[in-house]
Design a protein around this ligand. Sequence first.
Ligand code: GLV
Length: 324
Amino acid sequence: MNKNIFITRKIPEVGLKMLEEKGYSVTVRDSDMPPTQEELNFALREKEYDAVVTLLTDKIDSAIFEANPNIKLYANYAIGFDNIDIVEAKNRGIYVTNTPGAYANCVAEHAIALMLALTTRLVEGDQYVRDGKYKCWSPDIFIGTDLSGKTLGLIGAGRIGEKVAWRLMHGFDMKIIYHDIVRNQTLDSEDRADYKTTIEEVLKEADIVTLHTPLLPETIHLINEERLKMMKPTAYLINTSRGPVIDENALLKALKEGWIKGAGLDVMEFEPNPVSGLTDLDNVIITPHIASARESARNEMATVLAENIIDYFEGKEPRNNVAK
Ligand code: GLV
C-alpha cells in the first residue's frame, strides 16, 4: 500500500532517496522557514498522510495531532525532541522518533571549540585585527586561560557529554567532574573522572561547566541566578544543549557583573534572538545552533530518520521511538 509522508522542510537527499526507493510518496514543503501552526494544521488536513517529518523548529502539540488523527508517526530530524508534546503523543498512541547517532562527535567538538575560542580569546583577537587595531606584538594583549590541568564540570553525561569529557581528559589533560541522574560507567572507569551527587558541587569546583542535558520541564532554567552565583568568577559556561536550560537574563547579569568569566552558547533561550544586551558583551560567544552542522552529521540524521520511518511502515517498532 502506498504511504504518504509530509516533510516540513527539505532534509538531505540521502534520506529522501531511502524513502522514495521504498515506493513511499514524499511531499516536501517548499520553504526555508518553519511553517506557522495554522499552515501546518492546514497542510496535514489536505491529504491522507501516514507520517510527518518535523524539524526542531516545528512545534508539535495536540492541535497538530488533532489535524490528522490517522498520522501515528512524527519523525523528528534532531536528537532533541522538546519541540514535540511527548506526553500527548503517548496518550494518543503516536510514535515520535529522534536521530541519535555517531554524529554526537561533532556536537562534542563544537562544545570544545567554544571553550577554546573563549579561553584563547579567538573571536576578540580576530575582530581586533579586522578593525585595524593590531599595530605591534605585545606580551600583554589578549591574555587567555589554559585548559590543561583545569577541571571540566559536566552536567549531563550521556553520549555527547561523555565524548566531550573523553576528549578533554585524554587530549587536554583535564580533570573531569560530572553530575547526571544516571551514572556513566565509561567515566566511572577513568581515574581522572569523579561523579558528584549534586549539580551544586560541580558548579562550585569546575573551571569550565558544560551542559549536555535534554530540555525537560525539570531542566528549564536549571542554570539560574542562584546557581550562576555558585560558579567561580574565573569559570566559563558552555551550552550546546537547549537554550532554556539557562535563564539567559540571569546569565546576562552574571557576565556583566563578573560572577563568571565568560560563556559560549550554541543555543539561546528565545532562539533565534539572544536576550537584549548579550551581544554587546565581549565575554560571550554565540553561534547559531550549528553544533551538528556538518555534511556527515546531516546525512547521518537523514539516514536514521528514514530508517525509523521504514521500520514503522514495515510493521516494526521504530528503533528510536522516544514516546514510550
Ligand atoms: C540539535 O540541536 C539536535 O537536537 O539534533
